[in-house]
Ligand binder design. Sequence first.
Ligand SMILES: Cc1cc2nc3c(=O)[nH]c(=O)nc-3n(C[C@H](O)[C@H](O)[C@H](O)COP(=O)(O)O)c2cc1C
Length: 187
Amino acid sequence: MSVRILALVGSLRAGSHNRQLAEAAAKLAPEGAEVVLFEGLADVPFYNEDIDVEGSVPAPAAALREAAQAADAFLLFSPEYNGTMPAVLKNAIDWLSRPYGAGAFGGKPVAVIGTAFGQYGGVWAQDDTRKSVGIAGGKVIEDIKLSIPGSLTRFAETHPVDDAEVAAQLTEVVARLHGTATEAAAA
Ligand SMILES: Cc1cc2nc3c(=O)[nH]c(=O)nc-3n(C[C@H](O)[C@H](O)[C@H](O)COP(=O)(O)O)c2cc1C
């Protein structure tokens, strides 16, 4: 079975180091797994029940839901904004949490990792993301944790895929997520 892992990145900036982590994860995915980066988060409107109407859901939100439906697992990348996850990531989680009880996370495995400039690497943001995505219907793998501090300096010259320590950590994260998704599909 080929496992499709949807990557959602909580930073929209072109030079995002979290985006680079996602790119690295895609390159390091083992055979039988692919990490697909969802590109459209900037266009997804703020969640609003008035526009979440069957048949007329805004196209960017519908595309997010379709990508999530097609995924076997999720890998979320969060920097930290003022002690928690950026709004763009929370907004994606909110769209994927509805319809209530039938959202696209659908009990599929989810891992949350990321990098931030602070000395803890955004651990509050990633913990909050785990809490939220679990409530939204994902099966969070709580013990997959990777919070890389000092993003702006550590990755100033070096892409994460070329950082041997980070590449090894990412390889393990993707392999564990792949393994969990494979087991879940077989159960
Ligand atoms: C609005 C804002 C709030 C931030 N708050 C935090 C914070 O609470 N903790 C932290 O470690 N870094 C904080 N930072 C710095 C980010 O961790 C840093 O910019 C990070 O590299 C952003 O991720 P990216 O490279 O994927 O864009 C903040 C940055 C911004 C723009």
